[in-house]
Ligand binder design. Structure first.
Ligand SMILES: Nc1nc2c(ncn2[C@@H]2O[C@H](COP(=O)(O)OP(=O)(O)OP(=O)(O)O)[C@@H](O)[C@H]2O)c(=O)[nH]1
Length: 193
């Protein structure tokens, strides 16, 4: 069960951020309990897909072991996570793209299998995690046939992944606000956990 690939699913790890709250460090490469944050996420997702993509804008050599293919944003100066999602949708080999951040080391495979199972009941719309009223576009599943519509939104100036996925009719997977599996370690204080 745990080694079964998620059917028709590419996975995109987003690691292309600026990391301002970490003093400009490349967040995915920061160590947490002895390993880079990206290594924890990679360990969880590696067995789930044969098309593992990673979006980064620096330190490509360090990230290379954590993906089948590396992507980077076409535009300079960190345009935001939608740039990474856009590149991921264009590059994905499968019908679905699962989007995850590099800084959520407690994400687990059971949750990702649920996300996949619920998303793929419907072939048309994205699925985003929602905590209370808060949509979480960086824990999502997107059908890759929506790449052209996302590209049109991008060309029209959209930069918010949340807004774009909602405009594409995203459904919600509701989880508890304090679900520890979704914890993003965004600041040095949170790394102390
Ligand atoms: N490809 C790409 N990914 C990004 C970009 N900005 C953020 N991300 C990724 O999106 C996820 C959430 O990012 P944030 O924590 O909001 O932003 P960040 O730049 O990493 O950190 P802060 O500067 O502290 O906000 C992380 O996995 C980032 O690596 C970007 O410009 N391009």
């Amino acid at each position: 069960m745990s080694n079964r690939l998620l059917p028709a699913c590419s996975i995109l790890l987003l690691a292309g951020g600026r990391g301002r709250r970490m003093g400009g460090q490349d967040k995915g490469l920061i160590e947490w309990h002895g390993r880079p944050l990206i290594a924890w996420v990679h360990e969880t997702v590696r067995a789930l897909t044969d098309d593992l993509l990673l979006s980064c804008n620096r330190n490509q050599t360090a990230y290379a072991p954590y993906a089948d293919r590396l992507l980077s944003d076409e535009e300079p100066d960190y345009p935001g996570p939608l740039a990474g999602i856009r590149a991921g949708l264009a590059a994905a080999h499968h019908d679905w793209l699962m989007v995850l951040p590099c800084d959520a080391p407690m994400i687990d495979a059971l949750l990702l299998r649920s996300l996949h199972a619920i998303a793929t009941q419907d072939r048309l719309h994205p699925l985003m995690v929602r905590r209370s009223a808060q949509w979480e576009p960086l824990f999502s599943m997107i059908p890759t046939h929506l790449a052209a519509r996302l590209e049109a939104a991008w060309q029209a100036g959209a930069r918010s992944p949340r807004q774009v996925l909602l405009a594409l009719g995203s459904r919600a997977l509701d989880l508890a606000e304090d679900d520890p599996r979704l914890a993003n370690l965004n600041t040095p204080e949170l790394l102390e956990r």
